[in-house]
Design a protein around this ligand. Sequence first.
Ligand SMILES: [Fe+2]
Ligand SMILES: [Fe+2]
Length: 321
Amino acid sequence: MNILEINKGEVAVGAQAKIVALVKQAELKTWENANGKGEFMLYKFEDKTDAIGGIMFSPSGEAKEIKIGDLVRIEATVGTQKGRDELQLQIDTRKGNKIVVDPTIDREEVMQSAPVPRAEMQAYIDAKIAEIENEDLKLITTTVMGRMGKFFYEWPAAKVNHHAYLGGLAYHTSSMLKLAEGIMSVYPEGTFDRDLMFAGIILHDIAKVLEMSENGEYSIRGNLLGHLVMGSEIIDEVAIENGLDPKSQKIMLLKHIILSHHGKLEWGSPVAPRIIEAEIIHYIDNIDAKVNMIIPATDKVPNGSLSAKIFGLDNRQFLKH
Ligand SMILES: [Fe+2]
Ligand SMILES: [Fe+2]
């Protein structure tokens, strides 16, 4: 059984459901009214198909320990959320319901993954690295990917908004490289520094592997510094390790691309783009993020219907047609 089947109403309210899911939210809460007071756990679960909320009153010690990112087996009663028409998994111990962390669950079985196989993305990205002619940029890109590539190909690109699935970061990066190739082919040769475009795109979000865990949870450094500044730090470290001058023009421009790719100060960039490659990479980043917010939202609804509100797109709803 999967979450979409439950959400579609294939399991009657009051009936039992058994699923394997990823925990996206787990919070201990308290209630108090005229009858007394107590504790409950509020969960959000996700699998490849959809997401659903969960609740457990008087949670056991084990149930309270469950945290975001855990893979769990759940036996629950399908119910409706109080005051809302959404369904909910009610883990009711009186009915023998339970929630247990199971380390034998295969992450790839539960979590959504990129629509392109990892080997294909890796071959394409490696081919773009091979095309980089500038020795310093090539050495930096190769060194960083050699060190972080293992994580890079597994990581999501974001927690919620776009590419929030296994391999999402690599899929986002390879899509951006393809968009860049298309854009560069339109303008006269020499308009863009291809080396900076490729190295900049490959490394623009690389520090996301440090900024957040593979479940999309932000680390302390991630929260305090963010992947732009952390990415720039990595470039400096790798340059120094390899005997390169981190203050050289090319390395400065690479760092500028990373630091400016969010485009504006209010979107998290300490500097706005000031070279053509940085400006275009900022737009490409936006295009790919937006496409990957609209597609999953419209995929969930039938033809002729509006999607749910998309937070990252000013809460606009998009028509599936
Ligand atoms: Fe970014
Ligand atoms: Fe990005």
